[in-house]
Design a protein around this ligand. Sequence first.
Ligand code: PXP
Length: 258
Amino acid sequence: MKLGVNIDHIATLRNARKINEPDPLMALQVLKEAGADQVTIHLREDRRHITDFDAKRICQNSFLPVNMECSINPEIIDIICKLKPHRATLVPERREEVTTEGGLDIIKFEKEIKNAIDKLHKNNIEVSLFIDPDFEQIKKSAQIGAQMIELHTGKYANLHLALNTNINHTPFKVFENYDRKTLKKMLDDELKLIKDAAISGEDLGLEVAAGHGLNYQNVKNIADIKEISELNIGHSIIANAVFLGLKEAIIKMKEIIS
Ligand code: PXP
């Protein structure tokens, strides 16, 4: 099981002060020492955390493979083609969202996504599609030439939090009218969907990753799915790094997933 560490929120912290520290570039050495397998960054259309300058320096200096999350906006795809990361993970993006909500709809945006994949492949960039655990989406991902899919674990993570914490605000508010038994069933069903999706992905010849909302408490069930070969985790690792330091936070996550 490989671990991609998403370092966007180092840039979020820096940007809160609009100065030059903490510098996401400095995370690269720590990631390597801690045994991370990949650095993941998201160049968002609104540049709310990682900037073009960050992305350029990270792509030029990383000794680990760089996985760049990005939207299918042709201007962004052109930038990614110039940056030449190891992989692009195509995600849906809405400016007003707090974080990526839901997977990319490969069926609805087939033409646009196929164009993006073709451009990226011409530039020798591997493509992963961030999708919900849904068989039709997986089938279409394979048909249009993606090498990899990343299964969206956000719903699983929210259900896990709703069951195991007292948090009473969005996105958990949507679960407030469910009793514990119902929530547990919803969690088990979602986990089964993710497992079945991973099996379908592997059967169709796709490499299967997973990510979003994974943390030290909920990651084990996902890491136990043997068809999933990679997890991309950001928020929880950076949150724990505030108290433990980045290296320890990554080592602790690696220990659980392997
Ligand atoms: N994978 C993808 C495709 C994402 O968009 C994100 C969030 O940027 C992550 C993984 C990491 O999610 P989290 O920060 O919740 O761990």
